[in-house]
Design a protein around this ligand. Structure first.
Ligand SMILES: Nc1nc2c(ncn2[C@@H]2O[C@H](COP(=O)(O)OP(=O)(O)OP(=O)(O)O)[C@@H](O)[C@H]2O)c(=O)[nH]1
Ligand SMILES: [Mg+2]
Length: 302
């Protein structure tokens, strides 16, 4: 591919929580750089994932789901998503077709359609594997009515990898013509330390119910390469004294499960042996404390 026709740029993945933004990015770049759970508000910060082929380099920006929430953490998350949208070359606005197009989703789509942001927009209608084909057409028609200025409306299944080729083709066509900005070997901005914290948090999200996951964060206190492996000390911060025994489980069984699962995932992505030590600490208001959020990598400029 000649330099004149190569395309490269950023695509922000935007939408409400749980629509499948992180699943889509992981699928496209073929690496789990963003954690995925069935719970909303899984992603809390901006995560880059880079796709390369002979003709293009697409820098995907996975963002926290846009939602309303009263904690400083929630406000930071939403700010991060809108900031990523402003900086991107292309906006990929995702929705979950298994959920009705409710008022909040409509407002979100209208907000992007109102012309304040001038970049081209593509609507990505995800989870088509989970609905009947006949239900998709009215949804597509509704999207065309809601945002007639969008470039395309593409049904996909991020989980099953359906229609991803046509999505990539559309996105590539909208990127600026310029050489690759990153070395093709470099596929994410996430450090091994960040991945360690996120993989532990993923297991907490999967294991715990109600408000506990949303009041949990993970702080890596030690990350050391030792011989063939990595030694990691991670502290799980919980928002209430009450949550601590629930997270630890009977005889430490729940913590053990969380540790084993997170370690296996990390050994897979880091491709080495991992020794993971977990602790739980109560910190009642960490999610409202700007300094702590910054220390945890959850400030708005991270
Ligand atoms: N059936 C089906 N489920 C999917 C698909 N894509 C994602 N999911 C599921 O939807 C849930 C949420 O996926 P995520 O990728 O974490 O969603 P997200 O938009 O990144 O969510 P936040 O980080 O909370 O904003 C997970 O349980 C995924 O397995 C899909 O194409 N089909
Ligand atoms: Mg996510």
């Amino acid at each position: 591919m000649s330099d004149e026709t190569f395309r490269c740029g950023t695509v922000a993945l935007l939408g409400r929580p749980n629509v499948g933004k992180s699943t889509l990015m992981n699928h496209i770049i073929r690496a789990k750089v963003a954690i995925v759970t069935p719970k909303p508000q899984t992603t809390r910060h901006r995560i880059l994932g880079v796709y390369n082929d002979d003709a293009s380099q697409i820098i995907f920006v996975d963002t926290p789901g846009i939602h309303k929430g009263d904690k400083q953490l929630n406000r930071n998350m939403v700010r991060i998503a809108y900031a990523a949208a402003e900086e991107a070359d292309v906006l990929a606005i995702m929705q979950d077709v298994t959920c009705p197009l409710d008022r909040v989703t409509r407002e979100l789509i209208e907000r992007f359609a109102d012309g304040r942001l001038t970049q081209p927009r593509i609507h990505v209608l995800n989870k088509v594997d989970a609905i009947k084909k006949d239900d998709l057409l009215p949804r597509l028609a509704m999207m065309q009515r809601l945002d007639p200025g969008a470039v395309a409306y593409i049904p996909v299944s991020a989980r099953r990898g359906m229609q991803i080729e046509s999505l990539l083709k559309q996105l590539t066509g909208l990127l600026p013509q310029q050489p690759a900005l990153h070395d093709p070997e470099w596929f994410t901005d996430q450090t091994q330390r960040q991945l360690a914290a996120e993989y532990v948090r993923e297991q907490v999200f999967l294991a715990m119910q109600q408000e506990i996951p949303f009041q949990t964060a993970v702080d890596i206190e030690r990350f050391e390469e030792q011989g063939e492996g990595i030694e990691i000390d991670a502290v799980i911060l919980v928002g209430s004294e009450r949550h601590k025994p629930m997270l630890i489980g009977k005889g430490g069984s729940r913590m053990k499960d969380i540790g084993v699962r997170a370690r296996k995932g990390l050994e897979n992505i880091l491709d080495c042996r991992v020794h993971l030590n977990l602790w739980v600490r109560v910190d009642e208001d960490w999610f409202n404390h700007p300094g702590k959020l910054l220390d945890l990598g959850l400030g708005t400029d991270q």
